[in-house]
Write a protein that binds this ligand. Structure first.
Ligand code: PEP
Ligand code: CO
Length: 446
């Protein structure tokens, strides 16, 4: 293997790469980005790695979730606080279910670039570059909007900073303080099937805290401060490489634009640019794996990405599709075991379950999402391990993008509030319901 640098990926084949018409303009933007302060710190990144190592050992559970693609327009107070709120509420339910710490990771503050299956989109005989996320180009179908614009990388970095600044302020300012009931209120979901169960859980947790406070005289202050981590698919390598730095008094290079970058399924070639980039950074890495992943491929990926068998380094996020976990997972679990590593296994029940309605609308069915999670819990147990986390595409708002759930959303409802520009997300109620159903699983003895 040749020497690694933050730019050594450029010598490799880069899948999903973007062709900028003005390379000098791209270079100017990247120079500016390299000089801006980082979004996260190396000690936070190391803190997350330690927690992921605990989850890999079965001592914590991970909840990762957020938009398929964040949009610049959604960088607004209500949208960000709604996302944080639903993640907090889900994690509370999961803490109750698992009796273990829950590590919260948002697909947030940088999830602006998307892989596409086709480079071009054709409408009425006109072909233009596909929309690849707000940090690459713009969605309207005009040549100007679809031409990749490097200044959007900078806009993305700034939006990520604004988002993270607000998230940190909310998290530090008592957003997750259980003594502030308004943060835990789910009046929005009034009348939905699981509201009572949720309230019971919140009440039990509050009673538990009051009891501990009364007996020990110690206020449960740590609960007021929440750890919240960020993640995004490190797809736009110029963006991630521009934020890849060394830090004083710690060896190695860190991607300081996010805590946990992940490698998407379309960019996981062992000899490709994305794997080259990720092998050289210290951050914990997510790797998406689908039905096409083989034992040999996975074994090679682990050898390249984690030569030192570092605890917490690798999270394998499987996204097989409902009914397929049993077919594809066992060989991969065995392959990892044969390398002697303990990785964190997570289930993304979204990306293997996308379908298109006869009207041409992309959707996902709640039942299939749940079924893939249930199969994953069962299979990992049968194989003598455990599922250590779940990965959702979701939003804190009342959108209608996925079918099913307690309110029985149907195909006909999709047009009411379909906002995602890329993949369909669970809405607020569907997300909370899934957390409650997952928590029930976790309560069962292994
Ligand atoms: C995604 O997470 O939005 C995504 C594109 O996933 P995958 O790489 O698993 O298809
Ligand atoms: Co997606």
């Amino acid at each position: 293997m040749t020497a690694w640098t933050p730019e050594s990926w450029q010598a490799k084949t880069v899948a999903q790469s973007v062709r900028y018409p003005d390379p000098a303009a791209l270079a100017r933007v990247l120079t500016e980005m390299r000089q801006l302060p980082p979004l996260v710190t190396s000690w936070e990144v190391e803190g997350l790695r330690t927690q992921l190592a605990a989850a890999a050992r079965g001592e914590a559970f991970v909840l990762q979730g957020g938009d398929c693609a964040e949009s610049f327009d959604d960088c607004r107070s209500e949208s960000i606080s709604a996302k944080l709120k639903i993640l907090m509420q889900m994690s509370l339910v999961l803490v109750h279910g698992t009796r273990r710490p829950v590590v919260r990771i948002g697909r947030i503050a940088g999830q602006y670039a998307k892989p596409r299956s086709a480079d071009l989109e054709t409408k009425d005989g006109v072909s233009l570059p596909s929309y690849r996320g707000d940090s690459v180009n713009r969605e309207p179908f005009t040549e100007e909007d679809r031409t990749p614009d490097p200044t959007l990388l900078l806009r993305g970095y700034e939006r990520a900073a604004l988002t993270l600044n607000f998230v940190r302020a909310l998290a530090d300012g008592g957003f997750a303080d259980l003594h502030h009931p308004e943060y835990w209120d789910i009046s929005f979901a009034h009348g939905a099937r699981h509201v009572d169960e949720y309230h019971r859980i919140v009440d039990q947790i509050r009673e538990g805290i009051s009891f501990v406070t009364a007996v020990t005289g110690i206020d449960a202050t740590p609960l007021k401060r929440v750890d919240f981590y960020t993640s995004h698919e490190a797809l736009a390598l110029p963006y991630d490489a521009a934020q890849t730095r060394t830090v004083p008094r710690r060896p190695g290079w860190y991607n300081l634009s996010t805590h946990m970058p992940w490698i998407g399924m379309r960019t996981a070639a062992v000899d490709g640019g994305h794997v080259e980039y990720h092998r050289g950074i210290e951050n914990p890495l997510g790797v998406k794996i689908g039905p096409a992943m083989t034992r040999e491929w996975l074994t090679e990926l682990l050898a390249v990405l984690d030569p030192a068998h570092k605890p917490g380094r690798i999270t394998l996020i499987h996204r097989m599709g409902a009914g397929k976990v049993e077919t594809y997972l066992p060989a991969l679990v065995e392959a990892v075991r044969a390398t002697g590593r303990t990785v964190l296994w997570m289930c993304d029940p979204m990306h293997g379950n996308t379908e298109t309605t006869p009207q041409g609308v992309k959707t996902r069915r709640f039942d299939k999402i749940l079924s893939e999670i249930e199969d994953s819990f069962r299979l990992h147990r049968q194989l003598g391990g455990h599922l250590g986390g779940v990965h959702f595409e979701m939003t804190g708002e009342d959108v209608t993008e996925c079918i099913g759930g307690a309110r029985g959303l149907a195909e006909i409802d999709l047009e009411r509030a379909y906002k995602s520009r890329v993949d369909p997300r669970l809405n607020y109620e569907q997300a909370l319901e899934l957390a409650l159903l997952v928590a029930r699983h976790l309560r069962r003895p292994a």
